[in-house]
Design a protein around this ligand. Sequence first.
Ligand code: PGA
Length: 259
Amino acid sequence: MTNRSRKPYIAGNWKMNLDRAKCLDLIKTIKGRLGDGGDREVAVFAPAIYLADVTAVAQGSPLGVGGQNIWYEDNGAFTGELAARMLREVGADRVLVGHSERRHVFKEPDEWMGRKVRIALDRDLLPIYCVGETLDERKANRTDRVLKRQLESGFDKVRPEDAHRLTVAYEPVWAIGTGETATPEMAGLAHKTIRKWIAQRLGDTAANTIRILYGGSVKPDNARELMAVDGVDGLLVGGASMQADTFIPIIEYDLRQTP
Ligand code: PGA
């Protein structure tokens, strides 16, 4: 059984899906189901244009609501971008940084990551910093090297005292949206590499504080097994977070029998 000194964190990433009505419907359902939700942290990362509406519905509940991306300046000539302070202003309390689709589809370079994580922390947003290797990188035995390079850039401006506000998500690129999931062994090893790296960089206290989520084709029928892996503190869920009947069983991963 895994050490639950860290509160489980289940996050849904809706990506560029759903419409306004469906987002509001879904957040209402999750809110109703969650109650006071004290023993786990649950959050959704909604399309930015709907954040004000989604946060308005989530108000008064422990549900977190976040954006999926930010730029690292507060103002300026950055057409199409959103500042951390803007997400905060419409009620978001967290943000994804370095999601694999940002890195691979939109070619965001490592160099941006440290500044994005820093501005999120400075503007009172809780970042989830996403890392993960591609299939080619895994096949070439470069997983650890890639993870360390991504951690190096994302943690560039992180201090030990930021640890309680920062989360890392390990999302192997080959497992995102593909139906392929990392085996518990693979997830366990990657999480171990990440935590060890954090311990070396920020010390043991920070490394024991920071939660590391697993992401990549998480479904109701594998959530429990993944959450049982030592060092897996939560789940970042894409496809299965867009419907209450798949997301709620994942949130309640420990309340059901494994099929
Ligand atoms: P998936 O997406 O669950 O659909 O694989 C995960 C993610 O991109 O965060």
